[in-house]
Design a protein around this ligand. Structure first.
Ligand code: AHG
Ligand code: MN
Ligand code: MN
Length: 336
């Protein structure tokens, strides 16, 4: 078959056997995420129309339609995963605690738990700028057929069996890995089908883009300030270009294609930065490493960290390997 015509559905079936625990369950889970992505895509696309449609029609626009899009995305993802009876637990940025599914049902033999950031970059919703969804999948560590516990969710990133994101951009893409490289699929909205458009995605070894909220510069640690100055210096291929969308998914996606580094450092006003380890940094780190890039907290590999809390924050430096190494070098030097 012509590679360009391959759909996500076909790709999932073809690659099922290459996955180490190929019981078909993970394939079903990716399929459920594919469906949820389409549902959320539909909601995101009509975001700007809700008021217009609401006043034009007779329907009551109280309730669902008026909910914030991140709450709506959260509901759609959780509902889709629940309906398909495919996971035993879900944790989300929008939920204080994890959700146990069919926890008292001994028949529930589902092995996987999912962590999601249902709507990433929510400050961009109202201004028609790209947003995303991030997901991370683990095998539970407690026995199947028993209720999931916090232990199932607090696993180091290196235990992930799949991770990915959806970017609702000029086109909608689903990008994911099951530990065998990173592949990107673009949605044809006319027929609601994802096509393999970006096989085997790779971060260029180095790049010319740095992405950081420089408004926080004054609060950054000295090493990060030094690295930013390095990016701006005129020497060799520098100064680099600054690009910051404020949606991790979109900034990551651009940097993976063009080469670059994304940074959300700790600061004097946020001691662990802002991003969440479990459903933002770990999945992005897994994707980065699978695409020849790197992800670090400034000192160590993100995926090595042992989480202690569901909504834990962590400083994040992620992107082209050489650039992440350079940032780590500056951070280490400033601490000496
Ligand atoms: P979320 O919308 O899920 O809360 O995540 C927003 C995150 C991330 O996507 C983005 O890169 C970062 O917050 C932007 O933060 P600042 O506005 O502080 O730069
Ligand atoms: Mn987010
Ligand atoms: Mn979010």
């Amino acid at each position: 078959m012509d590679k360009k015509n391959k759909t996500l559905g076909e790709f999932i079936i073809e690659n099922q056997s290459s996955f180490q625990y190929s019981s078909g369950e993970l394939s079903k889970l990716i399929n459920a995420i594919r469906l949820a992505a389409k549902v959320v895509n539909h909601e995101v696309n009509k975001a700007g129309l809700i008021d217009i449609l609401g006043t034009a029609g007779d329907t009551n626009i109280q309730g669902e339609d008026q909910q914030k899009l991140d709450v709506l995305a959260n509901e759609k993802f959780i509902q889709t995963l629940k309906n398909r009876e495919i996971v035993c637990g879900i944790a989300s940025e929008e939920e204080d605690d994890f959700i146990s599914i069919n926890s008292n049902d001994e028949q529930n033999q589902n092995k996987y738990i999912v962590l999601i950031d249902p709507l990433d970059g929510s400050s961009n919703i109202d201004v028609n700028v790209s947003v995303g969804t991030i997901f991370s999948v683990y095998r539970r560590v407690t026995p199947v057929g028993t209720p999931v516990t916090i232990e199932d969710f607090l696993q180091p990133g290196e235990n992930q069996v799949a991770a990915g994101y959806i970017v609702y951009g000029t086109s909608t893409m689903l990008v994911y890995t099951t530990g065998d490289g990173v592949n990107g699929f673009t949605l044809n909205p006319a027929i609601g089908t994802f096509y393999l458009s970006h096989p085997n995605m790779q971060f260029p070894e180095t790049g010319k883009i740095y992405s950081v909220n420089e408004g926080n510069y004054i609060h950054f640690p000295q090493g990060v300030k030094d690295y930013i100055k390095y990016c701006q210096q005129e020497e060799g291929d520098r100064p680099y270009t600054s690009r910051y969308i404020g949606s991790l998914v979109s900034d990551f996606h651009r940097n993976m294609i063009k080469g670059g580094i994304y940074m959300y450092p700790k600061s004097s006003i946020a001691s662990d930065g802002k991003l969440r380890l479990l459903y933002e940094c770990n999945p992005m780190a897994f994707l980065a490493e699978q695409a020849n890039g790197k992800a670090s907290d400034g000192r160590s590999r993100i995926m090595k960290l042992k989480p202690t809390e569901l909504h834990q924050r962590v400083p994040f430096f992620c992107g082209s390997a050489k650039m992440v190494e350079k940032a780590e070098e500056f951070i280490a030097k400033a601490l000496k």
